[in-house]
Ligand binder design. Structure first.
Ligand code: EPU
Length: 426
């Protein structure tokens, strides 16, 4: 069993280069199913969710060639409908994108139930509503989700989303890209990865307008063609290292970022008294270890609000900030499982409804912990970097889902961190 071991207290200094955004790469990989041609996707992060997504495509008949430079060539000329392996589909949330992609390409889809981090209920009713508005029927068969657009095929329509869901917005864009006529998505999600998926599809010949706003218009086209496309930098990976630098102290340049995507993180860190300097494609986060930080309140919301995927990392740093801070989760039902791990390290956190109330303590103490989910694991890493003594973190496969070379990147800026192999059962 692999574990991460961190001896806390070392300040971080140097630079970290950010990779491609996981949550843009995953839908782009599945969107390539619509293309029926060869696409070259550059700047893919080397994370297990990407590897699994590519494995699903390969199992369905696509020719996938991963290159050493971080790009991948995907040829989807041949894809067998309904052939995605349920055991891999069930390990990641992004496999929901297979629904929209298969439906667009074949007029029907059959996909196993998706997996992903456990944040309480993760319904797909808004995805299903979108497919139905475009003329598909939705049914279940032996644990699989089945869609069928019948002889009439998919037809454009208006789709109002009750919640600005990232997944539902992308799935409706996929289904509508080759549907007959025009689709309008109202209350669409506005995250940068929505823009990335629309840009990829447009580069393949789709006609998608307004991505990045809450109204997206899609004029269906008959055919798409292959393209070369580079994935944008991962704002959550960048935000995680920004918070790590602030928590441990020191000065870290975070390279290859889009500073605009980091505005909410930057402004919260500044409110806490941390220095953040912005440049064209980098930010520098600095805090002298003796500088005190201020408590803050945070509420997560869909973009351009404060990202839910940065909630646990901020909760981690706030555990060592003198005073009371509150972190309110506005996207997921239950994203607080990681707080038990911070409590094991001495954090004083109580949960009231959807709010974590954090009373800062002077020091956290290293102990044995677990990474309960991707960002919850990142929170424990941040806490451990700032803690006194040694922290062991188990279940690190959750971290590998979304962080490319986390240990190597932190080691390079001075963290005392390594991966060890143990015989322990987890
Ligand atoms: N929701 C519904 N019905 C639906 C779809 C969503 O009620 O049909 C609700 C969800 O229960 C949740 C909210 O809407 O309360 C937001 O869900 P959304 O659909 O936006 O999330 P997602 O597409 O499943 C993606 C990311 C998550 C990120 C969320 C929010 C991927 C693969 N996952 O999930 O990323 O937290 O958007 O920004 O893109 C992560 O990277 O750590 C991660 C969890």
């Amino acid at each position: 069993m692999e574990k991460i071991v961190i001896n806390g207290g070392a300040p971080l200094n140097g630079s970290i280069t950010i990779g491609g955004m996981k949550n843009a790469a995953l839908p782009v990989i599945f969107a390539s199913i619509l293309v029926e041609d060869k696409c070259v996707i550059e700047n893919l992060p080397n994370v297990s969710d990407v590897t699994r997504s590519l494995e699903i495509l390969e199992a369905m008949g696509a020719v996938v060639e991963r290159r050493a430079d971080g790009s991948v060539s995907i040829d989807t000329t041949i894809i067998n409908q309904g052939s995605s392996p349920a055991e891999i589909v069930g390990k990641l949330r992004a496999s929901t994108y297979l629904l929209g992609a298969e439906l667009a390409r074949f007029g029907k889809a059959r996909v196993g139930w998706p997996g992903g981090c456990d944040f309480g209920i993760r319904p797909i009713d808004q995805h299903e509503k979108g497919f139905e508005r475009l003329g598909a029927t939705v049914s279940r068969d032996k644990g699989a989700i089945c869609l069928d657009a019948g002889d009439a095929g998919l037809c454009g329509n208006s789709v109002y989303l009750d919640f600005a869901s990232v997944g539902a917005t992308i799935n409706v864009m996929l289904a509508a890209a080759k549907a007959k006529g025009k689709t309008i998505i109202d209350n669409a999600a506005r995250e940068p990865h929505i823009v990335a998926v629309a840009s990829f599809l447009n580069a393949c010949g789709a006609k998608i307008f307004g991505a990045g706003t809450s109204i997206i218009k899609i004029e269906g086209v008959e055919e798409l063609h292959g393209c070369n496309y580079a994935i944008i930098p991962d704002m959550i990976e960048a935000g995680t290292y920004m918070v790590a630098a602030a928590a441990a102290g020191g000065s870290v340049e975070i390279k290859n970022v889009i500073p605009k995507h980091l505005e909410t993180v930057t402004s919260k860190l500044r409110e806490m008294g941390v220095d953040v300097d912005e440049y064209d494609d980098s930010v520098v986060v600095s805090r002298a270890p003796e500088t005190k930080m201020e408590p803050v309140n945070i509420k997560t919301l869909p973009y351009p609000g404060f990202p839910t995927d940065m909630h646990p990392q901020f909760a981690a740093i706030l555990t060592i900030v003198d005073g009371t801070s509150k972190v309110t989760e506005g996207v997921w039902d239950n994203r607080f499982r990681y707080t038990d791990q911070l409590r094991r390290m001495g954090a004083n956190i109580s949960i009231a409804g959807k709010t974590a109330i954090i009373d800062g303590v002077e020091k956290l103490h290293g102990t044995t912990t677990t990474s309960v989910d991707l960002r919850g694991g990142a929170a424990v890493v941040i806490a451990a970097l700032a803690a006194e003594g040694k922290t062991e973190i188990g279940s690190i496969q959750t971290l590998k889902r979304g962080y490319d070379d986390l240990v190597g990147k932190l080691k390079a800026v001075g963290a005392d961190i390594e991966i060890i192999i143990t015989d322990d059962d987890e």
